[in-house]
Design a protein around this ligand. Structure first.
Ligand code: AMP
Ligand code: GLY
Length: 411
């Protein structure tokens, strides 16, 4: 039994902690998650204090969940102190930390992606935008919790949003630089891979649902639900993503002196003219990873250590279909209500990951944003879906909403 410290306290980190706990490890969490507190030790700790905490508690492995500490260089700081840490270095994490950097790398290494231009000057981008066609996509350069992407249906909307980003600090400093790119249509999928420098171990693919409401309407969110397997994406599409996107990018990172270790998440679109990159993330997707971690039969502890050491990795997957549906606080993603008590959780018979909850006395309450991920599995997607919505029906809380069509692309 090892001591594992999970950094982060959302649904993804709950799932990582749950998996380590199931593998028999002693779980610590840098952050407070009320569900993890039932089986692990959660501490409220500043990012800078994590390395000394890990040393003092003889932690065997630190697994960093979210992008922010990765982009800040937490893995480098841990490794400098001789602590084993899973995740990319600060330099490698730029692939997610800066959309301008990631686009520059894709351009330099001929990795297929949407046509795009990067800007730092409002007047110039506004002028450029006026000559484009709608729909068009605007992306804040920096991190914006999955919300810094605007798909504008008209050029007027695009100009308005541009002003919000660059002049009115809608995404704070993340919007100081922007990328404008062509709108791609097609089938989106998440291809996450364990990566140890140039060696790539693909996970099963999953699909997230980015828009807030049914039929893919409403604003972009961090993701409203995920499932696996997918019907419209073939093994050939996955291979194309691996050959044209993931492998060239990890090779490029290595050649540029920033070898990648950890999880590389390629957000891909199967377009009429081939698979193209939407984005790179440098961590487990959320909510994709909750679903895939339930499906993963191999030991996450062993995989993580082998990735760090450059040893080969074997991935074994459960054959069932898995699904996770997000229950979000009313008003998400713009601003969300907090404080309402969530009842009925004890009646659920399938795994529920806590994304944004808080323990107040004997109650679990909404702490904003995405709140719960209710998961289920079945022999096929239809069965898993019926089960998950049946479980959701047991939760009583008027301040939560969820999409009723998770998995609809693959039925
Ligand atoms: P990103 O944060 O870059 O993944 O963007 C969030 C979501 O916006 C993606 O998952 C897509 O659903 C959508 N999106 C981003 N870029 C494009 C694009 N060029 N064309 C169409 N949809 C896009
Ligand atoms: N679910 C999308 C992401 O984790 O970025």
């Amino acid at each position: 039994m090892a001591k594992v410290l999970v950094v982060g306290a959302g649904g993804r980190e709950h799932a990582i902690a749950y998996k380590f706990n199931q593998e028999g490890h002693e779980v610590y969490m840098a952050g407070i998650n009320p569900a993890v507190e039932k089986f692990g030790i959660c501490i409220d700790i500043k990012e800078d204090d994590i390395p000394s905490y890990a040393l003092e508690n003889s932690i065997d492995l630190v697994f960093v969940g979210p992008e922010v500490p990765l982009v800040n260089g937490l893995v480098d700081k841990l490794q400098e102190k001789g602590i084993r840490a899973f995740g990319p270095s600060k330099k490698a994490a730029q692939l997610e930390g800066s959309k301008v950097f990631s686009k520059m790398m894709m351009e330099k290494y001929n990795i297929p992606t949407a046509k795009h231009e990067s800007f730092s000057d409002y007047e110039k981008v506004s002028e450029y935008l006026s000559q484009q066609k709608a729909p068009i996509v605007l992306k804040a350069d920096g991190l914006a919790a999955g919300k810094g992407v605007i798909i504008a249906e008209t050029l007027e909307e695009a100009q308005y949003e541009l002003k919000e980003m660059m002049c009115n600090s809608k995404f704070a400093t993340a919007g100081a630089n922007v990328v404008i790119e062509e709108f791609l249509s097609g089938e989106e999928f998440s291809l996450m891979c364990f990566v140890s420098d140039r060696k790539v171990y693909p996970m099963e693919i999953a699909q997230d649902h980015k828009r807030a409401f049914d039929n893919d309407e409403g604003l972009n969110t961090g993701g409203m639900g995920a499932y696996c397997p997918l019907k419209k994406i073939t093994q050939d599409d996955v291979n194309e993503g691996l050959e044209k996107v993931v492998q060239p990018m990890v090779d490029a990172m290595s050649s540029e002196g920033m070898p990648f270790y950890g999880i590389l998440y390629a957000g891909l679109m199967k377009c009429a003219d081939g698979v193209k990159t939407i984005e790179f993330n440098v961590r487990f997707g959320d909510p994709e990873s909750e679903v895939l971690l339930l499906k993963l039969e191999s030991s996450l502890y062993e995989i993580s250590n082998n990735i760090i050491d450059g040893k080969d990795v074997q991935l074994k997957w459960n054959k069932d279909a898995f699904i996770g549906v997000v229950m979000a606080a009313k008003g998400y993603p713009e601003k969300s209500e907090k404080g309402a008590v969530i009842n009925g959780l004890e009646k659920l018979t399938t795994p529920v990951f806590h994304m944004g909850t808080k323990q107040v006395d004997d109650n679990i309450v909404i702490n904003g944003g995405r709140v719960l991920l209710v998961c289920a599995s079945g022999e096929n997607l239809q069965a898993a879906r019926e089960k998950v919505y049946n479980e959701i029906g047991k939760i009583e809380c008027d301040d939560l909403f969820f999409r009723k069509d998770i998995g609809h692309h693959s039925l």
